[in-house]
Design a protein around this ligand. Structure first.
Ligand SMILES: NCc1[nH]cc(CCC(=O)O)c1CC(=O)O
Length: 304
């Protein structure tokens, strides 16, 4: 066992590599002497850049190739942004660890304007996320929403080239890449809600792989696991994927977990909101989903 190497499957974007390196460093620190190396792979979601994400469809667009590497024994774990991980994993896989969450908020990024409210009438805002589009529409029906794909640096380069007046990105991704200075304003919960799982890093393993599960144990953050489990349970109950505008944020307080959920419609900017408190994450997620269904969420969840 002394010569064993733990191999981490990762996507090749700067953010994915940062996250995989972070997990590798945490593993080496927790297990001195353990050899850890990255196995960088390209996914379908990375290859298809000419179409809006929502039109490609398919859950786990960024996972499949990494899961194949796990099954074929070319890797022992796969590191993902939890928000890219479908609510329901394929059989044979499990989340071996969920790490402590970074800032879950979305960020307003612009070179000319300090806040969303300051944007002039008809300003062009880039985001390909239906969740972000729906919330932008609700706040500012006048904005022109334009598709924006690619990794974080590509998106910033398109903003800098003048293709957009502003864009919306995750604070966590910007912070991890040393780009926190690009955040002009945080879009704060519960008014503005992020994607389920946003800001958390997840380690996916082969279900039942006790050896890797044990090595990952010191990286696990129980509070983040509970909060994101509630968000993901809500998303799952709504049949959510990256193709529907669902947002969720759970926070652990004195009275247990509080979960805020939102379903929107990107075309018209209508938003349905619900929130509840509870102890059991899965039940809480389902309860908020049921409240949203009771308000008519089903109509919002049909394929675009
Ligand atoms: N959609 C891609 C993606 N997946 C995770 C993050 C940010 C990091 C995180 O949420 O942990 C991003 C970039 C973004 O939305 O700006």
């Amino acid at each position: 066992m002394t010569h064993e190497t733990l191999r981490i499957a990762t996507r090749k974007s700067a953010l994915a590599l940062w996250q995989a390196e972070h997990v590798a460093a945490r593993l080496r620190a927790a297990h001195p002497g353990l050899a850890v190396e990255l196995v960088p792979l390209t996914t379908r979601g990375d290859q298809i850049l000419d179409r809006p994400l929502a039109t490609i469809g398919g859950k786990g667009l960024f996972l499949k190739e990494l899961e194949v590497a796990l099954l074929e024994g070319r890797a022992d774990l796969a590191v993902h942004s939890l928000k890219d991980v479908p609510a329901e994993l394929d059989p044979g896989f499990a989340l071996g660890a969920v790490l402590a969450r970074a800032d879950p908020a979305d960020a307003f990024v612009s070179n000319a304007w300090a806040t969303l409210a300051e944007l002039p009438q008809g300003a062009r805002v880039g985001t390909s996320s239906l969740r972000r589009q729906a919330q932008l529409r609700a706040l500012r029906p006048d904005l022109v929403l334009l598709d924006l794909r690619g990794n974080v640096n590509t998106r910033l380069a398109k903003l800098d080239a003048g293709d957009y007046d502003a864009i919306v990105l995750a604070c966590a991704g910007l912070e991890r890449l040393g780009l926190a200075a690009r955040i002009r304003a945080r879009l704060d919960a519960p008014h503005w809600l992020p994607a389920p799982g946003q800001g958390a890093i997840a380690c996916e393993i082969r279900a039942g792989d006790g050896r890797v599960q044990e090595l990952l144990a010191p990286l696990e953050d129980a509070d983040t696991r509970r909060a994101t489990a509630a968000e993901r349970a809500m998303n799952e109950a709504l049949g959510g994927s990256c193709t529907v505008p669902v947002a969720a944020w759970a926070v652990l307080g004195e009275r247990g977990l509080a979960l805020y959920g939102l379903v929107g419609d990107a075309a018209r900017g209508r938003l349905l909101r619900a929130h509840a408190e509870g102890e059991a994450p899965a039940a809480l997620g389902r309860a908020v989903a049921m409240q949203l269904f009771a308000q008519g969420a089903a109509e919002f969840l049909e394929a675009p």
